[in-house]
Design a protein around this ligand. Structure first.
Ligand code: HEM
Length: 231
C-alpha cells in the first residue's frame, strides 16, 4: 500500500567529503518562502543561520527586516510590541498556535518542517517523493473531501493539496521552475534546515582525521625510536 522510496535519489551532499549545493539551498528557500511558508513553519531556523549560506550578513539583515515579530520583552509601558525581525530572531511561522493552524487546514495540522528530513523514514528522498508523488486516486478508491491521493503518504490520503505547479516561482538565478526542480530544491533546503552545521562538521572531520593520522605517525615513529636499543 504505502510506498516508501527504497532508493536514494543521490544528492550533492551525500558523499563523505561533499557539501550542500548552496545554489540549490538558495532556490529551495525561495520555494519555501513563496509556497510552503503559508502553511508550514521552520521553527528551529533563525535569520542568522542564513548568513554565509544563502545570504551575506547585510542580505540576511534585510531579509529579517521584512518580517514583524513580537519582542520577547514588554516596552516601558508594560505592553508587548511588534518590531522588524533581527538576525537573532527565529523565522516566524504562519500561525500563532496549533488551533489556528488546524482551523486554516480543515482540521489537519501542517507539521513544522525544520526537522522533517530527519523525522520521516526515507528522509530527504521521502520529502521529494511526496512532493512529486500526487496522482489520480486509483479506481475504486474514494477519498473524503479535503484529502488528496499520494501513495508516498502513510495511508495514501493526505490533507495537503498538491503544493507545487510548474512556473509557480520565478527563480532569481533563472533556473526553470518545474515541479521536479522546485521539489528537488526545497528538499535540499529542508535537509539543510535539519542540519545547518553539516558543511562545517564535514570540514572539521577532514581536519580531525588529518591531525589524528599525523599523531599516529609521530607516535609510531617515536615508539620505534625509543624501543630500538631494547630489541
Ligand atoms: C504535510 C511539505 C506546502 C499543508 C506536509 C508534510 C511535508 C510537507 C513533508 C508531512 C507529511 C508527513 O506527515 O509525512 C510541504 C512542502 C511544501 C508544502 C515542502 C511547499 C513546497 C503546503 C501548503 C499547505 C500545506 C502550501 C497548505 C495549503 C499541509 C498539511 C499537512 C502537510 C495540512 C498535513 C497533512 C496530513 O496530515 O494529512 N507538508 N508542504 N503544505 N502540509 Fe505541506
Amino acid at each position: 500500500d504505502d510506498c516508501i522510496p527504497s532508493l536514494s535519489y543521490g544528492w550533492p551532499q551525500d558523499g563523505a567529503l561533499s557539501s550542500f549545493d548552496h545554489a540549490a539551498i538558495r532556490r529551495g528557500f525561495q520555494v519555501y518562502r513563496q509556497v510552503c511558508s503559508s502553511c508550514h513553519s521552520i521553527q528551529y531556523i533563525s535569520f542568522r543561520n542564513f548568513v554565509g549560506v544563502t545570504h551575506d550578513e547585510a542580505g540576511a539583515k534585510k531579509l529579517a527586516e521584512e518580517f514583524e515579530v513580537t519582542d520577547a520583552q514588554p516596552n516601558d509601558d508594560g505592553e508587548m510590541f511588534e518590531r522588524p525581525a533581527k538576525l537573532f530572531d527565529r523565522y516566524p511561522g504562519p500561525y500563532r498556535n496549533e488551533a489556528e493552524g488546524r482551523a486554516a487546514n480543515g482540521g489537519a495540522l501542517p507539521p513544522d518542517l525544520s526537522l522533517m528530513t530527519k523525522a520521516r523514514h526515507g528522509g530527504i528522498d521521502y520529502v521529494f517523493a511526496l512532493l512529486t508523488g500526487y496522482a489520480d486516486s486509483p479506481a475504486g478508491k474514494d477519498l473524503l473531501p479535503g484529502l488528496y491521493y499520494n501513495p508516498y503518504f502513510a495511508g495514501g490520503a493526505i490533507a495537503m493539496p498538491p503544493p507545487l505547479m510548474d512556473g509557480q516561482v520565478e527563480y532569481e538565478d533563472g533556473t526553470p521552475a518545474t515541479v521536479t526542480q522546485m521539489a528537488k530544491d526545497v528538499s535540499q533546503f529542508l535537509a539543510w534546515c535539519a542540519e545547518p552545521e553539516h558543511d562545517e562538521r564535514k570540514k572539521f572531520g577532514v581536519k580531525a582525521v588529518t591531525v589524528l593520522a599525523l599523531g599516529i605517525g609521530i607516535t609510531a615513529y617515536y615508539k620505534r625510536l625509543r624501543w630500538a636499543p631494547v630489541k
